[in-house]
Write a protein that binds this ligand. Structure first.
Ligand code: GLN
Ligand code: ZN
Length: 784
């Protein structure tokens, strides 16, 4: 049996983040358009050759993108809202980047004045940390092919001697990810108008010599309505009819097909890709149900995590393949070439290469596989499954050794952590009293006015702060002078907050590089890479911590900074922590323990910090759960179990304090209706959320469900450089008051202010405080 190896997509940022620097250079004006086009070309060619060298049989093209692969489709099919400088023909890079990043008012080359246009919205790509640019359609949208991007990439590979399988995002998923501006119709109502453009793209590819095309439809991992399933049949029926010579493989990833399998199997396509990491239990069904005529691509190497694969386990998992082979009659026998082994999804969600990580603990390093190593794993696995085990025996042995080393890694099993987990008792999830009683005693202790004002935590991370941090890292300044500098920043922030009359202050988080990394660096059980970058969006990359061991806290992490800040003012300063679920969701997490267990370990560590802050005198402690929602499973039926352990972890982290200590939480998104019960179950005394853009309609859910505790709906959109006026803030507050009780309402921005600058933050917060004061006096007059 011979088995092919296929890849679905390779990281486009480059081994040394070449693409990030190319984009940054272009945006800063130090690189020209031809410069970055050349860099893009070289990177693609490099990646193709690398994949060929690693023995990958089927290499993707068009997996590269200048900014985002969803935006690429919007641009390619002419789904470009008005005002970005395009009406027909090819899309130029300035329009493309204007869609991604917004556009300042300027005079264009033809002399016309172009008005300011904001960037299109960004949203998370399924349950990953990658952000895509949300396609925006008009209800009378017309689609047309502006430029066949996959064709261009296919030809570029061709002239470099490589025959590739172009990748395109499928029409159903593409439309489903978008929104229609006036909301008069659903995006998928536009399908029939979109299909001819796809047909043209596919026909041109076929004409140019492409035999296979990979069409990504990860929405097959989600709950699909009857109508959406029909859309699949319409789309792929149309492709089959128009371009019968082209073989299409529909790729589903991020989850099993589940009840969409029937639809997937009825599509007139030549192949299906299945995510056999998240959907490993589906493999048997697939092998039974997928007819021999269909090529099956089995995504067995984890594209979402960085752990080295257990090749022997995978070999065993794939045993049914061989059995089936033996059972089949000689006539219908699979010849083997219609099975492909692949990563579960595109490799853009993992870093490029482990090679540069020479500072990692060797035992840990051995246990890791980044994109490049995953390609090697695929080749080796294909040999093993194909019956050529002896040829890769040394590699198998190395892989086994690595797995053993990982298991015995110091810190993977910490007796005291496990013991503590076993001793978690049910009372640890509960505050001493229920909320009304807590509110009473907190009111006495805190003495806050009606509509208390506060901010979410961070203040601007200025160029000076970033420079000080990088100087410290390079050893140009010592720890003492770095800390002294940060103390000065903190002092200034506290004095300023006091001076404008904010009620609850924050220390400003100047000492934090990132809300997760800061804690991960102080906790046991985490490791950090030097170059383990993963694209977050466009030119922005993140380097998620690696959570490899049992998590515990050796010493207080935030108490000193809090104590210093509190020493400067009489007003309460919030203790500021990142919650267990967010730390978990923004890290690469060990795969040898259930996530729920890992999360409870983090929760215990945070609980210790909460208690230490309380002992030090903190009256208010905020535990941010910014990433709670994005960890939601793709299928509704899996939500409950995730939410159950996630909420438990938050309660475990937050419930160790006295009734008088006020617990806050913060979440930065604006969809709560479907998880409102869980939000209530978190039982934080105060929750702050993002809501200024929703005009407080978001509060409907909280009001319908009579949300019992206090709440601060954001009244200042921190994603925008605009400064909200007093009147705008008052308007939002009065809208909130139509839905909430006066004593429930807090006044705060949508999120932290670290991405803004002080010129924006100062007047905005002054306006916010004044709006709250005015509202208080109006309420007092009304009460008389
Ligand atoms: N406390 C954090 C801050 O203000 C919260 C950030 C977030 O929610 N993303 O920066
Ligand atoms: Zn936030």
């Amino acid at each position: 049996m011979t088995i092919q190896t296929a890849n679905l997509g390779f990281p486009r940022i480059g081994r040394n983040r070449e693409w990030k620097f190319a984009l940054d250079g272009f945006f800063a004006g130090t690189l020209t358009q031809p410069d970055i086009i050349a860099i893009a070309r070289d990177l693609q060619i490099h990646n193709w050759k690398l994949q060929a060298e690693k023995g990958i049989d089927i290499i993707p093209s068009n997996d590269f993108s200048f900014y985002d692969h969803v935006l690429d489709v919007s641009a390619m099919v002419g789904a470009i809202p008005e005002g970005y400088g395009w009406s027909e023909g090819p899309i130029f890079l300035d329009t493309y980047f204007a869609l991604a990043r917004g556009m300042r008012a300027h005079k264009s080359q033809d002399g016309t004045i172009r008005a300011y246009k904001p960037a299109l919205e960004m949203s998370k790509w399924f349950d990953t940390n990658y952000h895509y640019i949300v396609p925006e359609f008009a209800s009378d949208q017309i689609f047309s092919l502006t430029e066949n991007k996959p064709l261009k990439a296919f030809k570029l590979a061709q002239v470099n001697g490589l025959h590739t399988r172009p990748v395109v995002l499928g029409p159903v998923t593409f439309l489903k990810l978008g929104k229609v501006r006036d909301g008069a119709i659903a995006p998928l109502d536009l399908l029939d108008k979109l299909l001819p453009v796809y047909v043209q793209i596919l026909s041109e590819l076929s004409l140019a010599g492409a035999d296979w095309v990979q069409i990504d439809e990860p929405c097959l991992s989600q709950d699909l309505s009857e109508f959406e399933q029909q859309c699949f049949l319409r789309a792929y029926g149309a492709f089959n009819e128009a371009v019968p010579a082209l073989s299409i493989i529909v790729a589903n990833y991020f989850g099993p097909f589940g009840d969409n399998l029937k639809t997937a199997l009825s599509l007139p396509v030549a192949g299906l890709h299945a995510d056999c990491v998240r959907g490993d239990f589906e493999l048997d069904t697939l092998l039974q149900e997928v007819p021999d005529s269909l090529t099956l691509s089995l995504g067995v190497i984890d594209g979402r995590n960085i752990w080295r694969a257990d090749l022997d386990r995978l070999d065993a998992l794939l045993e049914p393949l061989r059995k089936r082979e033996q059972l089949l009659s000689p006539l219908t026998k699979r010849t083997g070439h219609n099975i492909q082994l692949a990563p579960s999804c595109s490799l853009i969600h993992v870093p490029v290469d482990i090679a540069s990580e020479d500072e990692l603990e060797p035992g840990l390093r051995m246990g890791l596989a980044f994109a490049t190593q995953k390609l090697e794993e695929l080749s080796n696995l294909a040999q093993v499954v194909g019956g050529k085990r002896s040829e890769v025996e040394p590699k198998l042995r190395a892989s086994l050794q690595a797995l053993m080393a990982r298991r015995n890694l110091p810190g993977c099993y910490d007796r005291s952590v496990r013991g503590r987990q076993n001793r978690i008792s049910s009372d640890m999830y509960w505050r001493k009293s229920r909320y009304p009683e807590r509110r009473r005693v907190q009111q006495i202790k805190l003495g806050l006015p009606l509509f208390p004002t506060t901010t979410i935590g961070s203040f601007p991370q200025t160029a000076e702060i970033r420079k000080a941090r990088s100087d410290r890292k390079k050893g140009l300044i010592d720890d003492a002078s770095y800390k002294k500098f940060l103390r000065e920043e903190t002092k200034r922030a506290i004095f300023w907050q006091d001076s404008i009359g904010l009620d609850v202050l924050v220390h400003g988080e100047f000492e934090r590089n990132d809300m997760v990394q800061y804690f991960a660096e102080k906790l046991n059980g985490f490791a950090f890479t030097k170059k383990g970058w993963v694209q977050s969006y466009g030119s922005r990359c993140v380097r998620p911590p690696i959570l490899y061991g049992d998590v515990s806290r050796s010493a207080p992490m935030t108490v000193d900074w809090w104590r210093y800040a509190q020493s400067l003012t009489q007003k309460p300063v919030k203790g500021m922590l990142t919650g267990p679920v967010t730390i978990l969701n923004w890290s690469f997490v060990r795969d040898d323990l259930p996530r729920a267990d890992v999360c409870s370990q983090i929760a215990l560590a945070i609980r210790d910090e909460v208690e230490d802050l309380e002992t030090a005198g903190a009256r208010i402690i905020q535990i941010d759960e910014a990433a709670l929602r994005e960890g939601l499973p793709l299928r509704k039926e899996d939500w409950r179990s995730y939410l159950a352990w996630a909420i438990e972890a938050f309660r475990l982290a937050s419930s160790g304090v006295d009734d008088t200590t006020q617990i806050h939480t913060h979440m930065c998104y604006s969809e709560f209706n479907d998880i409102i019960e869980e939000i209530i179950a978190m039982d934080a005394d105060v929750i702050s959320i993002e809501s200024s853009r929703s005009k407080m309609e978001l509060m409907d859910g909280f009001s319908n469900r009579k949300y019992p505790n206090e709440i601060g709906p954001g009244v200042y959109d921190i994603h925008s450089p605009l400064i909200p006026s007093k009147e705008e803030i008052e308007k939002l507050l009065s809208l909130a008051l139509e839905r909430l009780d006066g004593h429930q309402l807090w006044v705060n921005p949508d999120c932290g202010l670290k991405t803004r600058n002080w010129h924006e933050v100062r007047p905005a917060l002054v306006n916010m405080v004044e709006a709250a004061i005015r509202l208080r006096s109006q309420t007092a007059v009304a009460a008389q």
